[in-house]
Design a protein around this ligand. Sequence first.
Ligand code: NIG
Ligand code: FE
Length: 425
Amino acid sequence: MIDLLITNIRRLITCAAPAGPLRGSSLAAAHALDTAALAIDQGRIVAVGSSAELQASYSASAQIDASSYIAIPGFVDPHTHCCYAGDRADEFVRRIQGATYPQIMAEGGGIMSTVRATRAASVDALVAQTRARLDRMLAHGITTVEIKTGYGLSTEHELAMLDALAELERTHPISIVPTFLGAHAVPAEYRHDPAAYVDLVVDEMLPAVARWWTEQTVWDSPLACDVFCEAGVFDVEQSRRILAAAQALGMTSKLHVDEFEPLGGTPLAVELGALSADHLVATPPDHVHMLAHSATVAVALPGTPFGLGHTHFTPARALIDQGGALALATDCNPGTSVCESMPLIIALACRYLRITPVEALHAATINAAYALRQHAHIGSLEPGKAADVILLDLPNELHLGYRFGVNPVAAVIKDGQLVVDQRAS
Ligand code: NIG
Ligand code: FE
């Protein structure tokens, strides 16, 4: 007797990619089964196949009839800053009136504004505010989310953010993959000596975070370290120094590159063997080519240019056509992309990145899992993986991103449990 059998699934897309992230033309090929079933036991998928076969082979203590729905893996969101206090709606209005994001940042607003609010919040308040965002993400089909620190920017406050993330991992159904982003901005108190802040990150914060990581019992994979490599934030040399120090402490690397200006962060990500290079809006063609031929996953965040009202997006088509591996993320944060919906990100990606719904689906599931090095456990519907499944109220996968502005997610099964049920009764 197994725990759960999902039967009569109109169409199931596996998103399987056992031999590395889907690259180039393989991103566009859907592995689909019609009238399918999923057998689930103890939080894991035990079989994927035709409904008739699985109904004959398994008896289950619970069944879900999914004849009205398609099934895909839960979305994996590999880049967010969704743990923060307060909001920046005032800056949104200022940008509508003509101020730019770098201008607001240079004035001491932007990220620093959220740093002030986050430092002032208790861990409990931070957990409560973030929990509400995770509830909405789950309702939009996200079953694993990467969350960066980076609104503390002191050893004490960065560790408080990690404490908040650990509490959320223990108490919320979404799986959280934390990333240390102490180098998200130079805090106001170091504005006149940014080099001293880089020293603080390398000499004090990274060792303290590495110690915290060794002592915690919530996660067992290595922690990633990220840097915002951007004009006026951290340059390539500073980014290399921070990430090399993190690697020496056993951390993996991720990098914010080319969000506004092409500083040379993409070659650095490739040089360091980073798990991912993220943003990639201002990336020059030779760096797109280099990334496409590397093991580093390209993470596009179309909610960010959209959120800023910009018209330039990641050259994802060129990257994929040269054999690159693309993933998609919300970048959920209070400044540039106040977005908790992966279906909306897919809709934006189809239009502005010129990728097909199937390419976008793979980018938001299995390739996103590779960008977090979680591909052995999540990102596809295959026996042995976590039973993270979403049922969508769509006729087939081509409708993903086609209809937008409403939530197509009818049900979310996380680790074998029905945690969101919005099915028509
Ligand atoms: O990914 N680029 C840096 N970080 C975020 C913005 C964070 C913020 O504005 O608070 C981003 O766009
Ligand atoms: Fe970001």
